[in-house]
Ligand binder design. Structure first.
Ligand SMILES: *Cc1c(COP(=O)(O)O)cnc(C)c1O
Length: 429
């Protein structure tokens, strides 16, 4: 066997999936709880497993493959740019990083961008920005929300408002405290002389698809201005047009009085940014944009020509195909259909919520089908859907997330709803 010849195509052993799982068992650190699926190929909204079975992918990675799998424009850009220039050190300039920064800034407000490789790293940069901002006054503390998720680095788990990510890794990086989400008074009450910033997600993703209330965002902005705090938004999952606008706060505030004047001081991005090619970034609003001067922050791989060219292509396709509008419409349709299923399958679904193509189905954990299964309701539904050829993503124990590609076809959305309907019917019997 040649080194890279896929096991799946060599007919190695009677069950290629088993051979691949064996490799993981033997050689891959078991830090993930993986579902028992082995994928070999993707196209558009579909993935194929090692047995040739097709799955409708309503998770698109975890909100990563925003144009679906192996979009021709991404494939073409990767090939073209790879043959021209893959990497150049940040010791030098190259055009694509400048052009991508410009494209991102134009979608927010005057400011500047830094490029990294993941969401955790993008947040890390914002934490460093906040520390730098407060350093000479001895301020360093960042408030984040309970049920938030900000990544798995040491600062990321300290910032994340969920105990399960911290357990076993204490002592935590100091300087983070958590307050209830969507509760302005809780933020006010938690302020200390050391507080320097507040970070929230516009729509909590891992926490179960919970959008920030418009008055919460506006109130936070006022509070941060009053106390000279940076307002930082983690847009890693909810950003990049998933909610129907480039950033979720633009969507949440679009019809709200005074909403147009709102802007955070920093925004982190990753997941959909390069449509599946690894990339992270953070944007910093103008008055703070030069705070991280030469020598203060760096990344070897951040903003390579290859990553930037793909990110620019993703933005072009979204704009050309008006995928912001599509995300909004398809999302509204999915939520309406799911609301119908909630009423049809009495007692299984507690609530359907979300914004654009960030859709959460909160299950009723006390339903007999879930109690009988003796595992979390979200896992029961996600696995039942996998058996029906549909991929979704659990958020905690009782929310199932749909984060499909922004270009999900109407017929694919229909297919998803039909299969969810079927699975819910099975859970009744
Ligand atoms: C996924 C995610 C992160 C972490 O991103 P990585 O690329 O896995 O480091 C941070 N914040 C939010 C809101 C996320 O959804």
């Amino acid at each position: 066997m040649k080194t890279h010849e896929p096991l799946a195509e060599t007919g190695a052993g009677p069950d290629p999936a088993q051979s691949i799982r064996n490799l993981f068992q033997e050689y891959v650190i078991p830090s993930y709880g993986r579902f028992d699926l082995v994928f070999t190929r993707g196209a558009g909204s579909y993935l194929w497993d090692v047995h040739g079975r097709r799955y409708l992918d309503l998770g698109s990675g975890i909100a990563v493959c925003c144009l679906g799998h192996s979009h021709p424009a991404i494939v073409e850009t990767l090939a073209r740019q790879a043959s021209r220039l893959i990497h150049v050190s940040n010791l030098y300039y190259h055009e694509l990083q400048g052009r991508l920064a410009e494209a991102l800034v134009h979608r927010i407000e005057p400011g500047k961008c830094f490029f990294a490789n993941s969401g955790a790293e993008a947040n890390e940069g914002l934490f460093k920005l906040a520390r730098r901002f407060g350093h000479d006054e001895g301020r360093f503390e960042i408030l984040t929300a309970i049920q938030s998720f900000h990544g798995r680095t040491l600062a990321g788990i300290a910032a994340t408002g969920q105990d399960k990510v911290k357990k076993g890794f204490e002592p935590m990086t100091p300087g983070f405290r958590h307050v209830p989400f969507n509760d302005l008074e809780a933020v006010r009450a938690a302020l200390s002389p050391a507080t320097v910033a507040v970070m929230i997600e516009g729509v909590q993703g891992e926490g179960g698809i919970t959008p920030a209330a418009p008055e919460y965002l506006l109130g936070l902005r006022r509070l941060c201005d009053e106390h000279r705090l940076l307002l930082l938004m983690d847009g890693v999952q909810c950003g990049h047009y998933r909610t129907g606008r480039f950033q979720s706060f633009q969507r949440i505030l679009e019809t709200v009085d005074g909403g147009n004047g709102f802007c955070p001081d920093g925004i982190s991005m990753a997941k959909s940014l390069a449509g599946g090619f690894p990339m992270g970034a953070f944007w910093v609003r103008k008055p703070h944009a030069d705070r991280l001067g030469p020598g203060t922050h760096a990344s070897t791989f951040g903003g390579t020509p290859l990553a930037c060219s793909v990110a620019l292509t993703v933005l072009e396709v979204i704009q050309r195909e008006k995928l912001d509008e599509r995300a909004r419409q398809t999302g509204a349709w999915l939520r309406e259909q799911l609301e119908g299923l909630r009423q049809k399958h009495v007692g299984l679904i507690r609530a359907v919520r979300g914004l654009g193509l960030m859709v959460g189905i909160e299950l009723e954990p006390g339903a007999p089908a879930f109690v009988r299964a003796a595992k979390p309701a979200a896992a029961v539904v996600v696995q039942a859907l996998q058996r029906e050829g549909v991929l979704t993503i659990p958020a905690g124990s009782q929310v199932v997330r749909l984060l499909p590609p922004l270009n999900l076809q109407a017929s694919e959305a229909q297919e998803g709803i039909e299969r969810i309907d079927k699975v819910l019917s099975q859970l009744h019997s």
